[in-house]
Design a protein. Structure first.
Ligand SMILES: Cc1cc2nc3c(=O)[nH]c(=O)nc-3n(C[C@H](O)[C@H](O)[C@H](O)COP(=O)(O)OP(=O)(O)OC[C@H]3O[C@@H](n4cnc5c(N)ncnc54)[C@H](O)[C@@H]3O)c2cc1C
Length: 391
């Protein structure tokens, strides 16, 4: 890219915003990059509160490709961010269970994943039982297990590394809150800041505000169907062997994986209860007693005995339209670039998203993974994405 005096302002300085800033420099952007982040402690951002896991098991080719890029970057973190870089990536598979009668759907999805380079074992119940003998398989029809490119890591460490790398490349982080967007002639011309009262002018504005992405869009007069939805994670101790234990996704939606001395687990609330007030980070304790525990104890009898160590809650940046990300320019405001709405898989897709945002701004096109199907245009056309593997 030729030298430019353009300015990109990114709203939200957690994992997505920081990867966008980092990849802008990687793609040769020489102008100013400013990241506005209101919470310098990052304590409530979804990145800090996530289960920090990555899977290649999706239905849509671009989602699979984004995961494969992310897993590759996590595996080679030192090559990207230096010898001291460590995100504790445990490369261990997701085991996704399907009910009897749904075998074909899971098998078809796994075949697409394998064609695109994912490494997935398709297992019948007996094979699941042989590999994971502590599991009750009597009512399952199929299991798919990622033998590579899946696992878990330290999302906080990842965010700090990318943030540090962005700053080393001359990206400026501004501790302030964006409270207004100036729009003129179908473009965002400036951002209003709460604390300093300043106005930042911009050539590009990136919406990396996570669960607050819908609120940010409203400042530009746009309706973006992204809202916070509370998700609770429980840290438990249980008499189970952790070695070889997968990230288990039960067909009921309950999940569990090893973490530190024990395990973490969770489940989404039922749809009619899935509302939350912004600022409410109180864990939904009832979910453990009422749903997660009985469902998981059915699947893993040893979980009849468990001890809760702690619980925490954070927000999914829920895309109420189709539970998939919005990436790319908004059709009505062409310099407003969306990078939000991941609905539970934003950390794993953060490297690919940052790179896609950068390619769009620097080259005007996607050069690696074509994520154009994730653009907001699908809302205008009323064509939701059918991504079968969402949680
Ligand atoms: C319990 C739980 C489990 C999860 N598990 C996984 C998982 O296993 N794998 C996975 O990939 N994803 C998971 N997720 C989802 C993942 O955490 C998010 O998709 C991801 O962190 C989104 O990153 P982000 O940078 O867009 O958002 P955030 O990390 O929320 O960052 C957005 C930032 O924008 C800032 N901001 C917002 N509005 C403004 C404003 N007006 N002005 C200035 N700053 C602003 C906020 O302060 C915040 O720091 C999970 C989430 C939860 C809650």
């Amino acid at each position: 890219m030729p030298e430019t005096s353009e300015t990109v302002v990114i709203v939200g300085g957690a994992v997505i915003g920081s990867f966008a800033a980092f990849f802008l420099r990687e793609q040769g952007f020489t102008g100013q990059i400013k990241v506005v982040e209101r919470d310098s402690t990052y304590q409530f951002c979804s990145t800090a509160l996530s289960a920090a896991s990555i899977r290649s098991q999706f239905h849509q080719p671009y989602n699979i490709a984004m995961s494969l890029f992310g897993a590759n970057l996590f595996r080679n973190i030192k090559q990207w961010f230096g010898q001291d870089a460590d995100i504790g990536f445990v490369e261990q598979g997701y085991l996704i269970l399907g009910d009897k009668g749904h075998e074909q759907r899971h098998r078809n999805a796994a075949r697409v994943q394998i064609e695109l380079g994912a490494e997935i074992d398709i297992l019948d119940p007996e094979q699941v039982n042989r590999r994971f003998p502590w599991m009750n398989v009597e009512d399952i029809g199929i299991g798919t297990y990622g033998t590579r490119n899946e696992g878990w890591f330290d999302a906080w460490a990842l965010m700090q590394l990318v943030r540090r790398a962005a700053r080393q490349r001359g990206v400026e982080y501004i501790h302030d809150e964006v409270v207004g967007l100036d729009v003129l002639g179908g473009r965002i011309t400036g951002l209003r800041l709460a604390n300093s009262g300043e106005r930042l002018s911009c050539d590009w504005c990136v919406n990396a505000a996570g669960a607050w992405g819908g609120m940010l869009a409203r400042m530009a007069g746009l309706q973006l169907p992204v809202e916070p939805r509370k998700r609770t994670a429980f840290h438990i101790k249980a008499p189970l062997e952790k070695a070889g234990f997968p990230m288990l996704f039960d067909s009921t939606g309950a999940w569990i994986r090893p973490e530190g001395e024990g395990f973490i687990c969770g489940i989404a609330p039922e749809e009619h209860l899935d509302q939350c007030e912004d600022g409410d980070f109180e864990p939904d304790h009832y979910l453990l007693e009422d749903r997660v525990w009985p469902l998981l104890a059915h699947r893993i009898p040893a979980l009849e005995q468990l001890r809760v160590k702690r619980a925490w809650a954070g927000y999914y940046e829920m895309n109420l339209f189709d539970h998939n990300a919005f990436i790319g320019a908004h059709p009505e405001i062409s310099n407003f670039v969306l990078a939000t709405g991941f609905s539970g898989h934003g950390v794993m897709h953060s490297p690919a998203t940052g790179r896609a945002v950068a390619e769009h701004i620097v080259h005007g096109e996607y050069r690696s993974i074509d994520v154009s199907e994730l653009s907001f245009d699908r809302v205008v056309r009323n064509q939701p994405i059918r991504e079968g593997v969402v949680y």
